[in-house]
Ligand binder design. Structure first.
Ligand code: ATP
Length: 274
């Protein structure tokens, strides 16, 4: 089964590596503290959290947040994408759901971890409203299997599993996934504001040689509407411009040029010409 299940212990990403998104980080961390201090909550009869749904536009750091959650809780991390579960043959999607949860259990045991974070990107593809797809049966079986797995989470006191889903179409998610005991928390991961953009720019220039004249706060102001992924790309492009001019340092003008480049790239993607 060559599909996914790339389990990594410690993806290495920490919450500090994620710029902006302060409310999302706080909300997630609070939920994770339940997991870390499981015994304490258990005494109080608080039922453990099973799922967190991250919603928001592409490239805002949802995957990073899931990785940071795994690091924070010293968990095994397993990632998959919703589209990997959709197959032509009935039952295959459901089987894949089973095997990703099984693989979380196996990996945790192997690495002697007490918790696992399973991340499913584009979860609307498999967790979409039931009966809304053309080949109902297959989708419904896959979603039903996910619900079964979620209900079975945390029946093992030795292993906690947290499912993190990500989507930019929360409106398509089946209500059954949003019931208590399923995705208990919905966390909004929006485009970064100016302060968030500055933090992200700092993170992605941290390993790069910058000229004296660089003022990242100006770049942050001029990049309204940029996602974290676009800001990362901007920093990279800036470095390429500098190199092209055979400069040893990246200057403000290179970063400004990179703003245009990233914006143009976006436009080109939206209006494809031949
Ligand atoms: P998608 O919905 O397209 O999967 P996503 O929200 O999961 O997007 P990520 O995969 O987490 O986005 O981000 C892509 C890349 O963009 C990251 O690897 C990182 O380089 C950069 N990035 C995005 N958001 C941030 C952020 N808040 N701070 C720092 N870097 C970020």
């Amino acid at each position: 089964n060559s599909f996914m299940g790339t389990a990594v212990h410690h993806p290495g990403i920490r919450f500090d590596d994620i710029g902006g998104q302060a409310p999302a980080k706080l909300e997630i961390q609070e939920a994770l503290d339940f997991m870390k201090h499981y015994d304490k909550y258990q005494v109080m009869g608080i039922r453990p959290l099973k799922g967190i749904l991250l919603t928001g536009p592409p490239g805002t750091g949802k995957t990073l947040l899931a990785k940071a959650a795994a690091t924070y809780t010293d968990s095994v991390f397993i990632a998959a994408s919703g589209s990997e579960f959709i197959e032509m043959y009935a039952g295959v999607g459901a089987q894949r759901i089973r095997s990703i949860f099984q693989s979380a259990r196996n990996q945790a045991q192997k690495l002697k971890k007490r918790s696992a974070v399973i991340f499913i990107d584009e979860i609307e593809v498999l967790g979409g409203k039931r009966g809304s797809h053309s080949s109902h049966l297959e989708y419904d079986q896959t979603l039903n299997q996910l619900l079964v797995e979620m209900d079975g989470i945390n029946t093992d006191p030795e292993l906690q599993i947290l499912l993190m889903g990500a989507t930019n179409r929360a409106d398509l998610i089946d209500d059954a996934l949003l019931r208590p005991g399923r995705f208990d928390r919905i966390v909004n991961v929006d485009l970064p504001d100016v302060e968030g953009r500055l933090q992200i720019l700092k993170i992605h220039t941290n390993n790069k040689p910058l000229c004296q004249d660089v003022d990242l706060s100006v770049i942050a102001k001029e990049t309204f509407g940029f996602s974290g992924a676009q800001l990362e790309s901007l920093c990279n492009e800036g470095a390429i411009y500098a190199l092209r001019e055979e400069e040893k340092f990246i200057c403000q003008k290179h970063l400004k040029e990179a703003i245009d480049k990233v914006m143009m790239g976006e436009r080109a993607e939206k209006t494809p010409t031949k």
